[in-house]
Write a protein that binds this ligand. Structure first.
Ligand code: ACO
Length: 324
């Protein structure tokens, strides 16, 4: 049998840090409002680096840690809602930047669930037995799709990238997963609409900026996402108390507080880093995973059980449980 395992993790964020107090100088907001509502204190915002630049930094770190050359890679998937361009894909740019001559590469768009969906797809590629090694990266420069005159969204997001090297394994490491989409609720979180504009079409307005009905998304996270996490744990056969950590998309600290209660786990099992990065969409889970490894919470030696869960635009949501 062919199985997949996460063998390396890495993350990168632009060096420019913007605090809540910095934002209060350019819009009608305050550290008090942002911190108490969301837990966010700072975010990293790109001055010059594109989404593919951030992803390339992560890809190079992963190769260095694994001591392998880019030629050894079979595929590269970049989960993003802020690609440099629709074509070439961000993943194709990364493939060129690192010289991964044998890898096919593509982007996957599922907003804040992007990394979970991409990791699930990558696991199937490796389990097929046809591919041995691939990179799965979440990378975002959300700062370029924010409406900086809208304080209700501009304060929430940040730029960054994180990723994993996925390799073949002799043991089963991916224990369970559940993934969902409800397009009928898609209007509550939107970004990057491209309107028709040919001489033969009715003209449609483009809507490049991110819009969000915050309260609806909050309720969706507490209800649907918590339910899906419980379902995933149940179907895995793993007892909830045997899960070492639950790494959830980093949108809001209050969501994590409520989620811990609903799932019935100690709050300490849900690490948080939105205070440092804000919401980085597809990048948030791999950045958190990489930081947990750096801090020695997660050992990458196959001895721990971790649940990963993303939720966001689409609407999309999903969870998977891995031995890591
Ligand atoms: N500073 C000061 N006041 C503000 C700000 C701000 N930055 N933004 C909004 N306000 C005001 C509003 O105008 C409103 O004022 P009013 O009562 O006078 O009208 C008041 O604060 C309350 O606004 P709400 O939107 O009701 O605030 P809420 O408590 O719901 O918090 C928040 C908003 C933080 C967005 C919350 O709803 C949330 O976290 N939602 C979930 C977000 C999420 O999970 N996203 C994940 C997916 S993201 C993705 O997929 C890309």
């Amino acid at each position: 049998m062919n199985y997949a395992k996460i063998s390396q993790v890495a993350h990168y964020a632009p060096s420019q840090v913007v605090t809540n107090d910095d934002l209060a100088k350019i819009m009608d907001t305050s550290d008090e409002w942002i911190s108490s509502r969301t837990g966010i204190k700072r975010r990293h915002l790109s001055r010059t680096e594109s989404t593919s630049d951030l992803a390339t930094k992560v890809a190079n770190q992963l190769l260095k840690k694994a001591k392998i050359s880019a030629d050894a890679l079979d595929f590269i998937i970049v989960a993003t809602i802020t690609p440099d361009s629709m074509m070439p894909s961000t993943a194709a740019r990364v493939q060129a930047n690192i010289g991964a001559h044998h890898a096919f590469a593509f982007d996957l768009t599922a907003a804040c669930s992007g990394f979970i969906f991409a990791l699930s797809m990558a696991e199937k590629l490796i389990s097929s037995g046809r591919y041995q090694k691939g990179l799965v990266i979440g990378s975002e420069t959300l700062s370029k799709v924010l409406d900086w005159s809208d304080r209700s969204t501009a304060v929430l997001f940040g730029d960054g990238a994180g990723g994993v090297l996925l390799e073949n394994s002799e043991q089963q490491r991916f224990l369970a997963e559940h993934q969902y989409t409800d397009g009928s609720r898609g209007d509550s979180l939107t970004c990057g609409r491209i309107g028709l504009s040919s001489p033969y079409s009715e003209k449609e307005a483009a809507a490049p900026y991110l819009t969000m009905e915050g309260r609806k998304i909050f309720d969706f996270a507490i209800r649907d996402v918590a339910e899906s996490i419980k379902n995933t744990i149940e179907s895995s056969g793993v007892q909830v108390e045997d899960i070492d950590y639950l790494l959830l998309h980093q949108a809001n600290i209050r969501i994590l507080d409520k989620m811990a209660k609903k799932i019935g786990v100690a709050r300490e099992k849900l690490p948080a880093n939105m205070m440092e990065y804000g919401n980085t969409s597809a990048a948030s889970i791999p950045i958190l995973l990489s930081e947990c490894v750096e801090k020695g919470l997660i050992h990458l030696d196959g001895s721990q059980t971790v649940l990963l869960s993303g939720f966001g635009g689409g609407l999309t949501w999903g969870a998977l449980i891995v031995t890591i």
